[in-house]
Write a protein that binds this ligand. Sequence first.
Ligand code: MN
Ligand code: MN
Length: 260
Amino acid sequence: MTITLLGFSWDASSSYARGAAHGPAVIRSILGSEASSPYSISGVDYRAVISDYDFQSLPETGDAARAAITERAAAALQIGKPLSIGGDHSVTYPILRAMRDAHGPVNILHIDAHTDLYDAFDGDRFSHASPFARAIEDGCVNELIQVGLRSIGPEQRAFGENHGVIMLGADEQDAIPFDRLVDPLYVSIDLDGLDPAFAPGVSHPEPGGLSSREVLAILKKLPASPAGADIVEYNPERDLNQLTAHLAARLIKELAALMA
Ligand code: MN
Ligand code: MN
């Protein structure tokens, strides 16, 4: 299995603070740094399973950037599986279009403080607050299971309920229906789903989130090997001692081991 690590340097769809565009380069440097081990907890060397790297820059306009993201994810899917680093969460919608074209509608584990189900945010239908609304409308989603939520407005609650989205708080991990997270499985981790104590380097910190160990435990319980995954919303300008970058690098090693 060929896993391609993709970096999507994009933060123009962020509603508040920019900075996530610098995420991929920083996380990649930590991944290759001598400060951390190359092994997953189960002992898989990421260097043996991630065989391709695609960190090209993106076009500057939203439509062109999204088209390029879909194209690059599709290229990774032709030879194996895409493991992507954002960028803000808007990058997930164009990735999911490529997933749908390759696998049909996917089952998604989505870790986030937010539902990202806004029809539009500040008039932008492709905002980082909207990727899962677009993905559902476009037939990219079979099951959407969200964990870590602690910021749900009535509009997103209604949209989620109307579309059968399972919306769980950070204290409801026992309710995750793992039997629905079957092949083709996609994992999308917005780092603000974790508590800011574990992941301070995000644009929208929301106290009361998941711990690093809880996220790792959830990943360990997945019943299928993910066909694709992403880690988004890392904002190096907000990070402390690169703690969040180290967490993202750990998550990449664990996801790569699960995907291999
Ligand atoms: Mn979020
Ligand atoms: Mn998000």
